[in-house]
Design a protein around this ligand. Structure first.
Ligand SMILES: Nc1ncnc2c1ncn2[C@@H]1O[C@H](COP(=O)(O)OP(=O)(O)O)[C@@H](O)[C@H]1O
Ligand SMILES: [Mg+2]
Length: 233
C-alpha cells in the first residue's frame, strides 16, 4: 500500500476550485515530483495536503491514517514534514538550539546525531547563531529541523528556487538520500528535469488538473511532454 494517497482532491481559496480531482500516491521509498507551468496549482495542491487551504474536498491518507479532517499541526504530528520556500529558522538562536526546540521529537540527543549525519556543514556551526548563516546553510538548517521528528513524508515546494546555482545540486543530492533514511519525498519543482532525474515518478499539473503521470524516466523521454510542460529547465 502507498504511504500517501490523495483521492479526488479538489479545492481552492473560495468558491472556485483551483485544483480538481487530483489522484496521487507516494510509496514509502519514493521521491515523487509534481511539475507544471507557473500558476498550474502546484502550491495550492501542497497547501491542500498540509491542511493550509480553506476549501478542500477529497481524501488524504498517510500511512493508513486519514488526514483529511486534521488541522495542519496534527498532520505534522502524523508524520508530514514541510520545508517552506523561505527557510524559517530562528535567527537569534544557535544552530543547535534551532534543532533542539523542534516539537514532537523522541530521544532528542540521539535524533540530533542521526540528522546531523546528513549535514556536515552544520556540524561545524552548531554554536553559531542561525542569523549569521548563509542562505544555503539556513536552508540546510530548515531541512534538518524538518527531519528532527522522523517524518514519514517530506513535502517540498520549490526547494531550489531561491538558491545560487552551485547549491542546487546539493539540495537534489540531499533529497535523494532521504528515502534510504525512511523519509519519502513529494516535491514541487520548477527545475523539473533535474527533479525528475532523482524521482521514481512524476505528475504534471495544468490548470489545476493532473494531465499526465508516470515513471519519471518515461516522462523525461516524452519530448512532447517536456516541451509543453517543462520548458528549458
Ligand atoms: N492565496 C490565494 N488566494 C487566491 N488565489 C490564489 C492564492 N494563491 C494562489 N492563487 C491562485 O491559484 C492558482 C494556482 O496558483 P499556485 O498554486 O500558486 O500555482 P503554482 O504553484 O503551480 O505556480 C493561480 O491562479 C493563483 O492566482
Ligand atoms: Mg508555486
Amino acid at each position: 500500500m502507498s504511504l500517501l494517497i490523495l483521492k479526488g482532491l479538489s479545492g481552492g481559496y473560495g468558491e472556485v476550485d483551483i485544483v480538481a480531482d487530483i489522484e496521487l500516491t507516494v510509496g514509502a521509498q519514493e521521491i515523487v515530483t509534481i511539475a507544471g507551468t507557473n500558476g498550474a496549482g502546484k502550491s495550492t495542491l501542497v497547501k491542500a495536503l498540509l491542511g493550509l487551504l480553506p476549501q478542500v474536498r477529497g481524501e488524504i491518507v498517510l500511512d493508513g491514517q486519514s488526514l483529511s479532517k486534521l488541522a495542519a499541526e496534527d498532520r505534522f504530528y502524523a508524520g508530514l514534514a514541510y520545508v517552506p520556500q523561505v527557510a524559517n529558522v530562528f535567527g537569534s538562536l544557535t544552530v543547535r538550539e534551532n534543532l533542539l526546540v523542534v516539537r514532537g521529537v523522541q530521544q532528542l540527543k540521539t535524533r540530533l546525531q542521526e540528522v546531523l549525519e546528513l549535514f556536515p556543514t552544520l556540524v561545524e556551526k552548531l554554536s553559531q547563531r542561525a542569523g549569521n548563516l548563509s542562505g544555503g546553510e539556513r536552508q540546510q538548517l530548515a531541512f534538518a529541523r524538518a527531519l528532527m521528528p522522523s517524518p514519514k513524508l517530506m513535502v517540498l515546494d520549490e526547494p531550489t528556487a531561491a538558491l545560487a546555482p552551485a547549491l542546487v545540486e546539493k539540495v537534489f543530492g540531499l533529497v535523494s538520500q532521504l528515502p534510504a533514511r525512511g523519509v519519502a519525498v513529494l516535491m514541487v519543482e520548477q527545475r523539473a528535469r533535474q527533479a525528475l532525474a532523482i524521482s521514481q515518478r512524476g505528475y504534471i499539473l495544468d490548470q489545476g488538473r493532473c494531465v499526465l503521470s508516470g515513471l519519471a524516466s518515461d516522462l523525461l523521454a516524452d519530448s512532447k511532454m517536456t516541451q509543453l510542460y517543462l520548458g528549458n529547465r
